[in-house]
Design a protein. Structure first.
Length: 276
């Protein structure tokens, strides 16, 4: 009898209890387990028939990252102390209106009649603090989530990834016919001397241009010193190398020093796919 009670007590005491927040995070990680999180948009950077303007293109790309929702909490904190514009804050996914749920219930309106997606996600993610929630109930809750709420949970997964690896991925279109994959990575700080340190920023760009075919670029920036490595198909290698020499003056005009510029030919493996 004593042994039975002791075993029962030990079993109860070893049971792990997770908070509602921990269970919500666990469900997000289970729902988006393998594929790397990506900011995806159908926005076209250069509409057809319009000549490219460097300043406009740079501002558009910066806006795609700034208003992606990845930094919403930071922007919200800045807004609370008067350091961030409210209209800019409302452009982020967390503040876009959400459609009614599968049950027909609508969420409470936020300020200005908006229905922040953050509220929707929190309502879906919240579960009773006890252990009475069954797997069937959890599965039903996940199935009833709207596509908009799925998008927001994907953003949250991306935020969780950023906490361990400072890498942002973005996919969109340079023109309607030219898809682009862009990665931005923040490297660790490295000591320059006893009183100064610096950080390397890396940007990787993959696109396929109508005249040049597949083009891969990797740009590294540290203390206003920039290095560029790229790869193109063999027939266009000489042309890209010659054109790249004009970058020195452009970089100097932007206050940057071009330390290295190198293009290499792309190879193809036995399956006909590019191996960079």
């Amino acid at each position: 009898m004593l042994e039975s009670r002791a075993a029962e007590t030990t079993s109860r005491s070893s049971t792990t209890h997770f908070s509602a927040e921990a269970r919500a995070i666990s469900r997000i990680l289970e729902k988006f387990p393998a594929s790397a999180p990506v900011i995806s948009t159908s926005t076209v950077m250069l509409p057809a028939g319009r000549a490219p303007e460097v300043a406009v293109l740079a501002a558009t790309l910066a806006g795609q990252i700034r208003y992606s929702g990845l930094f919403y909490e930071s922007h919200l904190r800045q807004w609370l102390v008067g350091q961030h514009d409210q209209q800019a804050l409302m452009k982020e996914p967390q503040n876009r209106p959400v459609a009614p749920s599968a049950t027909g219930a609508r969420l409470p309106l936020g300020a200005g009649g908006q229905e922040p997606l953050m509220l929707a996600t929190r309502e879906r993610a919240a579960v009773p603090s006890g252990d009475s929630t069954s797997p069937q109930t959890q599965s039903g809750n996940a199935a009833s989530m709207s596509p908009a709420q799925d998008d927001l949970q994907s953003i949250l997964r991306h935020q969780l990834e950023l906490m361990t690896h400072s890498l942002v991925r973005w996919e969109g279109f340079l023109t309607p016919q030219v898809p682009v994959h862009w990665e931005i990575e923040q490297g660790p700080e490295t000591a320059i001397d006893d009183n100064e340190s610096s950080r390397v920023w890396r940007s990787r760009l993959k696109l396929s241009l109508p005249e040049l075919g597949p083009v891969d670029l990797e740009v590294s920036l540290q203390n206003k010193t920039i290095s560029i490595n790229g790869s193109v198909e063999g027939p266009y290698l000489a042309w890209m190398t010659i054109q790249g020499r004009h970058l020195d003056e452009r970089m100097a005009g932007a206050g940057l020093q071009l330390a290295a510029l190198h293009f290499s030919p792309q190879n193809r493996d036995g399956h006909g796919e590019e191996a960079i």
